[in-house]
Each structure stands twice: as C-alpha cells, then as structure tokens.
Ligand binder design. Structure first.
Ligand SMILES: [Ca+2]
Length: 464
C-alpha cells in the first residue's frame, strides 16, 4: 500500500513540476500553432497518466481504509475482552481478600478463646491446689484427734467413768463428721480434676484448630481455590472424630445440628442437642407422624428416619455410644395441650448378644413418672419387635399386639415407638392403645403428641 501511495504521489509531483498542460493552452503566444497541437496531444497523454494514477491512488486508499477498518474491529474486540478479564480478576481478588480476612478473624477468635480457657484452667488448678492444702490440714487435724481419742481411751482403761465415756463418744462423732467432710472434699477434688481434664481436651482441640486455620489462611500462591475446600473438611477428619455430642460440646461446638461422631470403628451422623450444660445425642424423635415406626428388628437395629425430622438412631449405634454405662437417658414428652414433662434415668445398653437390653440404674426409688420404664429395667429389659419377641409376657407378642419396637415388659407400661395419631385420636380403645404412650403420665390410652429421647454422660446432669 505504501509503495502504491508513494508512486502516485511521485507521479503527481513530477507532473506539477513539469507544469500542468492545461495551463499552457491559451497561455502560448499566437503564431505557433503546430507546436501548440503537439503540446495538446502531450497534454492528453498526461491526462491519461494522471487519471490512471488517481484511479490507482483511489483504489489504494480504499484498500487501506478497508484493512484499517478490519484492524480497528480486531483491536476493539481485543480491548473488550481485556476489559472483561480485568474486571473478573478484580472481583476474584476481592473475593480472595474477603476470604483471607474471614480466616484471619476466625484465627483471632480461636486465639481469644484459647486465652480464656487457659485462664479458666489456671483458676481451676489453683482451686484444686487449695483443696489439696485443705485436705492436708484436715489430715493433720485428724491425726491430732486420733491421738486425743487414744489418750482418752487409755484413760478410760485406767479409770473408767461416765464422763470419759461421753467424751469418747463426742470425739467419735466429731471424727465421723470430719470423715464425711474429707469425703466431700475428695469428691470435690475429683470433680475439679474431671473439669481440668475436659478443659485440657478443649485446649488441645482449639490449638489444633488454630494450627489448621493458620495453614489455611496462608495457602501457597496459585492454589487459592483450595482455601475454600479445606474448611469443611475439618469436621470430618479422623483426628477430629468425637465419640458423642458431649465431646463435641467440650470441643467448642455450641450449635444444635447434625454432626459426625465415631464412638466405635465406623463414624456415623447424629443430631446433637446442645444446651448450656453440654451436648445431648438424640436417639429418637416423634413429632408429626411423618415416619413409619412400625418396623422389624433389622430396621430398629440399624436405625431409620431423618435426623432433622422423625427418626430412630438405631440400637447398634446407641450401644456403641453407651455400652460402658455412665450415661443418662433423658426423655421429653408433650401432650395435646402442649404440657411438657422431662425425666432422666441413668442407663446402660447391652449389645446384640443381650438383645440390646436396657439396664436402668436404680438411684433411690423411682418416681411415679420414671416407673413406666425404670421399674422393669433394673435387671435388664431386652428390646422386642414383631419378628423378635423378647418381652416378659409369655402368651403375647407385645410388639405385634401394639406397634413398633420397644423395651416391652408386659405390654402396658410405655411405648414411645407406637403409632402416631393426630388429634383427635381414634375412639376405639384397641386402636388407641397402639399409640405412643407413657402410662404414669397421661395414661395407657392417651396417644402423646411428641417425644424426644437423648443420651449424654451422667456428668452433664450433675451440672444442670
Ligand atoms: Ca411375649
């Protein structure tokens, strides 16, 4: 293109320098006609040349303009793309910055909590030391008292008398009360020690969380996407597997919801009811009849329903959590007037070999409310379903006669896994008795509105 332009320009310049042929026409003096004619012919040739040159110039310019247009279009498309990319990068960097800030805030929060926990631990340790000192002082006082008693008794032997006898008795009483105080103190020390152990678990867990947060907060360059995926992993990693909801609570989880626990070899999901005192593992919930509880042995063994709605956690899972005892079973019931009742029973659940026998520890006599399940389970009450009659009524299969699976004794005391009846319940008694009932609360023929069964280490009950 440049050469065409240059050639055309050169041609024009040459012609201008030679003088434009038309200007010469009328400008030449008269009397020189033949020369004028030659000049005129020459001028026509020149015109042809100029016309040709101009044509070429025009074409060249047109091509140039077309090509420039295409180039301009290309450039503008590229510019648009570039602008879009810049905007996306801006957004991405904003997002990453926000994530970084959130992680940093989390790490700061965890550090604060660690600090608080360390303070609490120090206080507890001081208290424990104080108690140890008291205990030593008590021991010394005991020693002195024993000496005095010995002295008095020897005096008795030498000089028996009513006065000495009464002294000895009063000293004996004092000794007994001192003994009781010492027992109390020992118990308090043991509780403090338990608390200290729990605090230590919490501190260790928090420290590992802080460590993980720090690692997540400074990902290597170019792998920013992994920052998002690492946070949810923490809950499920084997290092973090807690044995039940209360352990999760001790590790700082305070929100109720579905968590993964691993009390035995295999992890599984549970619903945790977190209270200010601790974490309860929910093993059964009835509230709307959305789940059919009239199922066979295998279903009751494995569990069924939805953890966020109605469900039975499963005998095998309950056993894996509470097999060693030291657990308490809490039951909450409500009737159709929305009256609520709650009862707690210390329990232990045997394994498959005992037909998942429920053993309730008898601490004093059972209250009337507690007796619907407690009384028959003090020496172990096996679980029964339609296809596994382990109840205590020889001529009847309680599960088939009623509904669902339960620790049936004589069919008539309680069944929280019975049929769910909406209000009003059926009029016929033989139907109503298949419902969810608790004899010593609303009676044998009152189908209850809701029930929740949950378990936790017994220590949690002492606190509340
Ligand atoms: Ca039977």
């Amino acid at each position: 293109m440049k050469t065409t332009l240059a050639a055309a320009t050169l041609c024009l310049v040459a012609l201008t320098a030679a003088g434009f042929p038309f200007e010469r026409k009328g400008g030449s003096p008269p009397g020189v006609a033949p020369k004028e004619k030659r000049v005129q012919y020459a001028a026509w040739d020149d015109v042809n040349v100029i016309a040709h040159g101009l044509l070429q110039l025009g074409q060249g310019l047109k091509e140039h303009v077309d090509r420039t247009k295409v180039q301009m279009r290309d450039i503008s498309t590229k510019l648009k793309l570039f602008n879009r990319t810049v905007a996306e990068m801006g957004r991405e960097s904003q997002r990453l910055r926000a994530e970084g800030e959130a992680l940093a805030a989390r790490a700061r929060g965890l550090e604060d909590r660690e600090g608080q926990l360390l303070n609490v631990t120090a206080e507890l340790r001081e208290k424990a030391e104080e108690m140890q000192r008291e205990r030593r002082a008590m021991g010394e006082r005991m020693g002195r008292l024993e000496e005095r008693v010995d002295g008095v008794l020897q005096g008795d032997a030498v000089q028996p008398g009513a006065r000495n006898n009464s002294d000895a008795r009063s000293i004996q009483l004092m000794l007994e009360s001192q003994n009781r105080r010492i027992d109390d103190l020992m118990e308090r020390i043991r509780l403090q020690q338990e608390k200290l152990d729990k605090q230590n678990v919490r501190i260790r867990t928090l420290q590992s969380q802080i460590h993980q947060s720090r690692q997540t907060a400074t990902p290597p360059r170019g792998t920013n996407d992994s920052a998002q995926s690492r946070v949810p992993e923490q809950r499920d990693s084997p290092v973090d597997a807690a044995s039940d909801c209360h352990e999760l609570f001790l590790r700082g989880e305070t929100a109720s919801g579905v968590y993964s626990v691993r009390p035995g070899a295999e992890p599984f999901d549970v619903y945790c009811e977190m209270t200010p005192e601790g974490g309860w593992t929910v093993i059964q919930r009835r509230r709307d009849g959305s789940v059919d509880f009239d199922r066979l042995w295998e279903a009751y063994e494995k569990g069924f329903g939805s953890l966020k709605g109605e469900f039975w956690l499963g005998l095998e899972k309950i056993h894996s959590i509470a097999r060693n005892g030291g657990y308490v079973l809490n039951i909450k019931l409500s009737d159709w007037a929305d009256d609520l009742v709650s009862l707690s029973l210390p329990f232990q659940l045997g394994g498959e070999d005992t037909r998942y026998s429920l053993q309730i520890a008898e601490v004093g006599a059972f209250s009337t409310l507690e007796s619907s399940l407690g009384t028959d389970a003090t020496s172990g009450l096996p679980f029964s379903t339609h296809d596994q009659d382990n109840d205590q009524k020889s001529d009847t299969n309680c599960a088939r006669h009623l509904s669902g699976g339960w620790w049936f004794s004589n069919c008539g005391r309680s069944n929280l896994n019975g049929r769910y009846f909406q209000s009003p319940p059926p009029k016929q008694r033989h139907q109503r008795k298949q419902g969810i009932f608790w004899k010593t609360w609303r009676g044998r023929y009152y189908p209850l509105k809701s029930s929740v069964m949950m378990i936790a280490p017994a220590a949690i009950e002492n606190k509340s």
